[in-house]
Design a protein around this ligand. Structure first.
Ligand SMILES: N[C@@H](CCC(=O)N[C@@H](CS)C(=O)NCC(=O)O)C(=O)O
Length: 91
């Protein structure tokens, strides 16, 4: 299991697009901070202010310098995760 401290996934519990991303995290054996933007108003507010809109899933990537990238779209998130943690990752 890899713990990715620089990643946080904003999701809704019953969103199928979010389930798709969570499944990929399970498959890759990657653990990230999971933040429920449906149940927790603090997470919802952070998503809106940081990413610009309340749409889930959204992966927050925090750089070494503290910079934040808010990655929307389940397909794009899964592509990012596969590229970084999958077998085809570049060393
Ligand atoms: N094309 C997007 C669709 C994501 C989407 O439609 N998410 C819904 C939840 S299932 C959403 O965030 N809706 C905004 C809202 O309910 O406020 C993706 O693949 O990630």
């Amino acid at each position: 299991m890899t713990i990715a401290k620089d990643l946080a996934l904003y999701h809704f519990a019953h969103c199928p697009f979010c389930a798709f991303v969570r499944r990929e995290l399970d498959k890759l054996g990657v653990q990230v901070d999971i933040r429920d933007a449906g149940a927790d108003p603090t997470h919802r507010k952070a998503l809106k202010e940081g990413g610009g809109k309340v749409q889930v899933p959204c992966l927050l990537i925090t750089g070494d310098d503290g910079s934040e990238t808010w990655l929307y779209e389940s397909m794009d998130i899964v592509a990012y995760l596969k590229k970084r943690f999958g077998k085809e990752k570049v060393a």
